[in-house]
Design a protein around this ligand. Structure first.
Ligand code: XIL
Length: 319
């Protein structure tokens, strides 16, 4: 099936949404999500993460991820995998105390290899293989794999295993606060540069885009940074866009949010190597923001009642 939004609004770029399994029982929600003239792409918000897919060592559970993959297939939507290795939502059995470095390497190979292999051929278009490797100051985020193996080793292990498991999937490293130039974006550029030099498979950087109303970088700053990434010979995507505000919503905040969504979408549109934009679910009804950022929310283009907000018009105008 063709994706009308991608064709009419974005040329070759996709526009998509994350979703999560509990939401798939909400008929009105699923109806809009399944409109492939609107959403050309889906990302599972939780069901392909390590704690969901390998809750005990060697025991793989794919039912929830499969449900999201099947929905995307039925709707003729692209699917992005999310994610193989992350410090968060990692199964609790993966601890440095229990395993030495070589066993941890093998655990990582097996996990990424098995999960990516399970979805081989379905992952059209890409996988977030490595999620959030850096702290905001550009230092390496400490967790079991970076502590035991080092950044280059664990990232390489994950990417090589993913490539072998699904040669057709584009492989990404994904992080937040890398929207514009700064220490964290520089750290990501340096990592990709070294991976490329070593011949390690890497196809893209995912710029999550968890942003704040009124604090979005300028379009020029976004474009300059997006181009710094694509100059490395990779593509980029905006993988988890949401633009939150301090509640309550006001007309002024909603108008600023419309501008802010427009800024991000039009910056992606301006950069040939920015292949698409995914919002981190489409309705405030299911946004992760209020649960994590106290007093903040209303971050998505559809409200709690699945009604379009001004942000929606900002997106349409931006593509
Ligand atoms: C979030 C999910 O949306 C929530 O449901 C879950 O409780 C926590 O994770 N960066 C990421 C995503 O890469 O996986 C996170 O998703 C949001 C931040």
């Amino acid at each position: 099936k063709s994706n009308t939004v991608a064709k009419t609004l974005g040329g070759k770029k996709y526009f998509g949404s994350a979703t999560d399994n509990p939401e798939l029982n909400d008929t009105a929600y699923v109806a809009t999500l399944s409109d492939n003239t609107l959403f050309g792409q889906i990302t599972p918000g939780n069901s392909m993460k390590w704690d969901a897919t390998e809750p005990s060592r060697g025991v793989f559970t794919f039912a929830a991820g499969d449900a999201v993959a099947a929905l995307a297939k039925k709707n003729g939507q692209l699917l992005r995998g999310h994610n193989c290795v992350w410090y968060n939502q990692l199964a609790s059995w993966v601890t440095a105390g229990n395993f030495n470095a070589s066993t941890l390497t093998s655990i990582l190979q097996t996990h990424c290899g098995t999960v990516v292999s399970h979805y081989a051929g379905q992952m059209k278009d890409s996988w977030d293989v490595v999620n959030e490797p850096f702290n905001d100051d550009g230092t390496v985020r400490s967790f079991v794999f970076s502590d035991a193996l080092g950044l280059t080793s664990y990232v390489t292990t994950a990417l090589v295993a993913a490539r072998a498991a699904d040669p057709a999937a584009k492989l990404y490293i994904n992080d937040y606060n890398i929207d514009s130039a700064g220490a964290k974006a520089t750290a990501m550029i340096n990592l990709v540069t070294s991976l490329k030099a070593a011949g390690t498979p890497i196809d893209g950087v995912g710029i999550q885009g968890h942003l704040i109303v009124g604090e979005v970088p300028s379009k020029a700053a976004l474009i300059a940074n997006y181009e710094a990434f694509t100059a490395l010979g990779i593509e980029i995507a905006i993988t988890e866009l949401d633009i939150r505000m301090t509640l309550p919503e006001t007309p002024a905040l909603l108008a600023q949010q419309q501008t802010d969504y427009n800024t991000v979408i039009s910056a992606c549109k301006a950069v040939a190597g920015c292949v698409g934009v995914t919002i981190w679910d489409y309705t405030d009804k299911y946004s992760w923001i209020p649960g994590v950022f106290t007093g903040q929310g209303a971050a998505l283009p559809w409200d709690d009642n699945l009604i379009r907000k001004p942000a929606y018009d900002g997106i349409i105008a931006g593509f």
